[in-house]
Write a protein that binds this ligand. Sequence first.
Ligand SMILES: C[S@@+](CC[C@H](N)C(=O)[O-])C[C@H]1O[C@@H](n2cnc3c(N)ncnc32)[C@H](O)[C@@H]1O
Length: 173
Amino acid sequence: MATGRILIPGCGTGHDVRAIAAACPEAEVIGIDISPTALEQAEAQSNPANAYYQLCDLFDLPADLKGSCDWLVEHTCYCAIDPAMRPAYAGAITQLLRPSIGQLLGIFFIDPYDDEHQSGGGPPHGTELAELESRFVAGLGFTEAQAYTPDVSYPGREGRERLIWYQQQPSES
Ligand SMILES: C[S@@+](CC[C@H](N)C(=O)[O-])C[C@H]1O[C@@H](n2cnc3c(N)ncnc32)[C@H](O)[C@@H]1O
């Protein structure tokens, strides 16, 4: 059971925030989103006492969040943003995580290309395992602690999601 600060970027109406806060009662769980409407809806739900929401842009983070997160949980933020912003997303991840020890748990939507929503060019925007490897392992120096295709998926995404748990390399002292 995770403790410390867990942050969900692009939390939308807060499904993940509520589920993780309920599962990790000793953690402080923060959902951030750029949409005031989404956060109004999130806050109107029945939220655990350890669930919080903060209106902010992932690409313009406030100082109080930087370097403060023990865990980041990615779920459909990466596929929602313009792929041109993915280098900035990786930069935001490193800004948010506690140096050397913060961890990233992502459920990445690997192959939305045949999704009905894809007809207009997305979002969701596709990604591939090689791109994730290049961005997070080669690019940021993370290691993959675990990676698998979940048995249980969001309806319509069966076999097209990939859970990846990334860890940072401990700093040498
Ligand atoms: C597909 S939704 C995520 C939904 C969420 N996982 C859920 O289950 O409710 C993507 C979210 O990312 C948010 N988002 C997009 N760009 C953002 C940014 N630059 N900073 C913060 N949030 C952003 C959107 O407002 C949207 O709520």
